[in-house]
Design a binder for this molecule. Structure first.
Ligand code: BGC
Length: 679
């Protein structure tokens, strides 16, 4: 009976876990509910994330332990493949690619000896100041949900349990341990939860509770979120583990709230404390059985599945995996401005190329918090461009400190590329012990970066600004003075190579913004880094801009290409619970390229207050010059529903809707057609 066999089916696993629960001591059950111990000091002394961290498991009953590692930029254990950050991958709008990123991550987790990947970060980007913006996919719940679900699918192919985090409403870094986030029920259901539900729908094995409070209760104690919504309504079968160290505040809160595992060590889920609570009748044995049962069942579901392959250490950071990181970097960069076709640069015409700014030559792959992938093998922009042009073009590099040198060089070169933006010092997970990261106080560039841009733009008409960062950067002070702007993000270990290919036109840029960039930060929702309580409203990002009639600097979904796509012949059909949309996309330019076709739905004569439109579908398409493709996107009618807080249910209004399809969220970039939903 203690034999665990590969290929056990769910029923066999359930029966086995029932048997274990009947026989296991209380102490051993409690062991299923805790990490196997890490002291915070040791964590930082040894260097966080250098190995997998154990939790749960029972030798006696043949239940393997959980072996946790983090992400989402890749597996954080040294040597792993370092991808562009999630926000960059959000800008690729490429579900298939994200699944392949997950596939690589899954393989590397296994090759490192892990089985639990804590890196599906899907919090909604309510405000670009959020320090951890780079770890999620954008400001729109549909986009986040599709990409998060793709990452889950990819990772779990390799029998690695994925964790969707941080559940829920976690999007202010500096106050993450204390802030109480309030919101009404529609906002919760329609804006802050659908992406989590999407990941649960595709079978995400585990969920990590957030540090913050939701409606007055810590998320790790929040029975409404954990028990009522996640476990009861969504029928989530896996287990919930806490965010680390500070995610549980007391024994009763966690157990009653529905938090199954305290990570990374037992503080409040110590056997003695749980035994006491049981003796006092404050919790029940069935609560312990449920939590331990969920953990053991989930572990067995993944560890008894046949593996699709063998996971040897040589897989970690291998060439094939780096290739996926390169593809992601190529597909994520967003061309925001390109006047007079300054880009791409012509390799045959440029004799001298100026590269400016410190950020051109540092390994800048994102923040230094729990998502930091430890690798030295990073192709910086300067290295990438140098290797790409070889001896054919003379590269003149200036870090920007010597103004006269900058001026002279800028004057002398045929084109000037300026690297400006952010590093882990400006934004990221706030690690108190190391005093790094945190939210951004200012959404503009640093003053010296702005001065550098202006200085160079005065000397050289071919001034190309490359922005590095994890979310929106306000550009009003300088954007009209330069002809070209490329958002290059923290683009991972292959970023410099991808950038060179884009600059010289070997790759046509195709990324589209996963968030709105404002002209004026005043147009964004209220944000304060150090705050005890905040109300999240229904609107942020493009829905807020459209509601208020604010003009963005660059709208959600926007991105240029070196070619031009023309949209025509939009059609819509409503049939058998689906809205079926078709549009012709034609590459009318001279270069091959990828277009991201976006589908939005507007609610014409709704009886309730709704956004002007919402993203409900998208598709990436590759087109050669003069080639046309018909793009079909289907939207299940149920996806048009709103959450009626009175009836506590999702309802599809029987009204007239507008379907928009095109190249960005801006109405001028969209074709539209109306349709009705009756009965
Ligand atoms: C972060 C989580 C992370 C955990 C373990 C926490 O501080 O908020 O995102 O998974 O540490 O590394």
């Amino acid at each position: 009976m203690y034999n665990i066999a590969k290929g056990m089916n769910e029923k066999e696993i359930d029966d086995y876990v029932d048997f274990v629960l009947k026989n296991m001591s209380l102490e051993d059950k409690v062991k299923q509910m805790v990490g196997n111990g890490i002291n915070v000091k040791v964590l930082f002394d040894l260097g966080f994330g250098k190995r997998v961290y154990d939790a749960a498991g029972s030798e006696k009953y043949n239940i393997p332990p959980l072996k946790f590692t983090d992400g989402p930029r890749g597996v954080i254990i040294p040597g792993s493949t370092c991808f562009p950050v999630s926000m960059a991958r959000g800008a690729s709008w490429d579900v298939d690619l994200e699944e392949r990123v997950g596939d690589v991550i899954g393989k590397e987790v296994r090759a490192h000896g892990g089985n639990l990947f804590g890196g599906v970060c899907i919090n909604n980007l309510r405000h670009p100041s959020w320090g951890r913006a780079q770890e999620t996919y954008g400001e729109d719940t549909f986009l986040i949900g599709e990409l998060g679900a793709a990452l889950v699918r990819g990772v779990q192919k390799h029998n690695v349990m994925a964790t969707a985090k941080h559940f829920a409403a976690n999007s202010i870094e500096k106050s993450r341990f204390k802030v109480n986030v309030k919101m009404d029920e529609r906002t919760l259901r329609e804006v802050y939860l659908p992406h989590f539900r999407r990941c649960v729908e595709v079978g995400c094995a585990t969920v990590m509770s957030a540090y913050n409070k939701f409606r007055g209760k810590f998320c790790g104690h929040n029975d409404y979120l954990l028990r009522k919504i996640l476990k009861d309504e969504w029928n989530f079968q896996g287990f919930v583990h806490s965010d680390w160290v500070y995610g549980v505040k007391d024994t009763l809160g966690g157990i009653i709230g529905g938090l199954d595992v305290e990570m990374p060590r037992a503080k409040y889920y110590k056997f003695k404390k749980i035994e006491e609570a049981l003796q006092d009748g404050k919790i029940s044995v069935s609560m312990i059985d449920q939590a331990a049962g969920r953990v053991m069942r989930t572990i067995l579901r993944y560890t008894t599945k046949e593996d699709p392959q063998i996971y040897e250490p040589k897989l970690i950071g291998c060439d094939e995996h780096r290739q996926v990181a390169l593809e992601a970097a190529e597909k994520c960069m967003v061309l925001l401005k390109n006047e007079n076709d300054v880009l791409p640069l012509d390799k045959k015409k440029i004799v001298k190329l100026g590269i400016f700014g410190k950020l051109a030559r540092i390994r800048n792959t994102g923040d230094h918090g729990s998502s930091n992938v430890n690798t030295k093998k990073v192709i910086t922009p300067l290295k990438g461009i140098r290797e790409y042009v070889g001896d054919n073009i003379e590269i003149l590099y200036e870090d920007g400190r010597n103004v006269q040198n900058v001026k002279n060089t800028a004057k002398e070169v045929d084109a000037a590329i300026v690297f400006v933006g952010l590093t882990y010092k400006d934004e990221g997970e706030y690690i108190h012990e190391l005093r790094i990261g945190g939210d951004r106080e200012n959404l503009s560039l640093h003053k010296d970066h702005i001065e550098l841009i202006k200085l160079i733009a005065e000397q050289n008409d071919n001034c190309i600004v490359v922005l590095i960062g994890g979310s929106a950067i306000v550009m009003e002070e300088w954007k009209n003075q330069v002809p070209a702007i490329l958002m290059a993000w923290y683009s991972g270990m292959e970023g410099g190579k991808a950038l060179a290919k884009i600059i010289f036109g070997e790759v046509n840029p195709s990324g589209k913004l996963p968030f709105t960039i404002p002209i004026d930060p005043k147009h964004l929702p209220f944000f304060k880094a150090n705050i005890d309580e905040i109300e999240y409203g229904y609107y942020h990002g493009y829905t807020l801009f459209e509601k208020e009639g604010y003009e963005p600097a660059f709208p959600f979904g926007f991105g240029l290409s070196y070619t031009t796509f023309d949209y025509s012949n939009l059609q819509v059909d409503v049939n058998e619970g689906k809205i079926i949309a078709n549009v012709d996309v034609n590459n009318v330019g001279t270069l091959a390229g990828d277009e991201i076709v976006q589908l939005y739905i507007g609610f014409e004569n709704s009886q309730i207050e709704r956004p002007l439109k919402l993203l409900k579908g998208f598709s990436r398409v590759s087109l050669k010059p003069n080639k046309k493709k018909n793009i079909k996107i289907e939207v299940p009618t149920k996806n048009l529903a709103w959450f009626n807080p009175k009836s506590k249910s999702w309802e599809v209004e029987k009204i007239k809707y507008t379907l928009f399809m095109g190249s960005s969220s801006k109405n001028e970039d969209l074709l539209s057609i109306q349709f009705n939903i009756e009965n």
